[in-house]
Design a protein around this ligand. Structure first.
Ligand SMILES: Nc1ncnc2c1ncn2[C@@H]1O[C@H](COP(=O)(O)OP(=O)(O)OP(=O)(O)O)[C@@H](O)[C@H]1O
Ligand SMILES: [Mg+2]
Length: 350
């Protein structure tokens, strides 16, 4: 009995130590859809960071009558999340496919650390690409699918479990791919891209099909990857998501560059400056109390937009005039306005 007890205790200790040893493994994989553990990748070295810069120069792809990408040039910096945006048919997917060596450019170059994807040594360890929700054999489990990629990439098979855990699919790893939902396929595609622990990640519309937890998770993952020195280039239509996720933006329209820069600079480049939304029961009295530079425009019932006076000036004027203020909200430049303006007239499907 004592021996049996000793064996059980020893077994428990060994199990505990082992479960701590395995990177990425948690005591319980009960949060299949919303992993809370932050991404713990290896530390990216200074030399690698320099090798993660993406440069697109004069990139062009013509299909019969369509100039899918037309003399496009931009740079994507390591350590930042760069949003790649544009209307439908603007040439985003074609550009990303050229970056990943899947489409041959008509002219121009697309390089990663100065080297074309096709010429990279061990490309899967340098660049992870997710161009569409993962495709795999319907009858194969997600874990087996990833193990096959591990073998092809030359990394230990245990990496399959690590990436399953990272993307929140640990509990579904032994299920067949045929039964996976769109969001699960999207996660599996990201898992596959992460297998080689690459310096550069290129993702085409990765939030398609993800639920709100999934979108939050994706945002946290991509931000953590960039914070660790990786280069993250991600295309999306979701302006509000890009405002939360991206540091920099590249906007394309009709195959050409429309804008490039930080989110704030792109949003501020075209659209109006700051304005203040004011809700008050006495618009007329407040308007009379404001300085002459203030411009008041109606925003809705009992609501106005005020420019030319900041929130403090408006609040002070209201106090002096004895006018009640029910809401006072300063609104910065609007990315949606800027996007629509920058792509105006070029959004037609070609
Ligand atoms: N293989 C192809 N053959 C012919 N035309 C193509 C091909 N691939 C893309 N195109 C055309 O090139 C243009 C750009 O397409 P692309 O898929 O790059 O746009 P996108 O910006 O990714 O659009 P979306 O936002 O809808 O995903 C479109 O007019 C498209 O029809
Ligand atoms: Mg596309």
């Amino acid at each position: 009995m004592v021996i049996l007890l000793a064996v059980l205790v020893l077994g428990g200790v060994v199990w505990l130590v082992r479960s701590r040893d395995v990177p990425g493994r948690r005591a319980h994989a009960d949060t299949a859809w919303a992993p809370t553990r932050p991404f713990e990748g290896r530390t990216i070295t200074g030399a690698e960071i320099a090798g993660g810069k993406i440069v697109v120069s004069g990139l062009t792809k013509h299909y019969q009558n369509v100039k899918a990408v037309d003399d496009l040039s931009f740079a994507v910096e390591p350590g930042r999340v760069t949003g790649f945006m544009g209307p439908n048919g603007a040439g985003k997917t074609t550009t990303l496919r050229m970056l990943l060596g899947l489409v041959t450019p008509t002219a121009g170059t697309a390089t990663i650390g100065g080297i074309r994807y096709a010429d990279l040594d061990q490309p899967a360890r340098r660049v992870g690409g997710v161009l569409e929700a993962s495709a795999a054999h319907k009858g194969r489990t997600a874990r087996d699918h990833l193990r096959i990629i591990c073998r092809a990439t030359g990394v230990p098979l245990a990496r399959a479990d690590e990436v399953l855990e990272m993307v929140g699919l640990a509990a579904a790893g032994n299920r067949k791919f045929g039964g996976y939902s769109l969001g699960m396929r999207q996660r599996l595609g990201i898992a596959a891209a992460l297998i080689g622990d690459p310096q550069v990640l290129i993702l085409d519309e990765p939030t398609n099909g993800l639920d709100p937890q999934g979108i939050r998770w994706m945002r946290d993952l991509l931000k953590a990857l960039a914070a660790g020195g990786r280069t993250v280039l991600v295309s999306s239509h979701l302006l509000s998501e890009m405002e939360l996720l991206a540091d920099d933006l590249i906007i394309v329209a009709a195959g050409r560059l429309a804008a490039q820069g930080s989110v704030a600079s792109v949003a501020g480049s075209i659209s109006r400056g700051s304005r203040t939304l004011v809700r008050t029961p006495d618009v007329a009295k407040l308007t009379a109390a404001l300085d002459s530079e203030a411009v008041v425009t109606p925003a809705g019932t009992g609501e106005v937009y005020i420019t030319g006076a900041d929130a403090a000036a408006i609040g002070d004027a209201a106090l002096r005039a004895g006018v009640a203020i029910h809401q006072l909200v300063t609104q910065g430049p609007d990315l949606e306005d800027a996007f629509l303006e920058l792509t105006r007239g070029k959004a037609a499907i070609r």
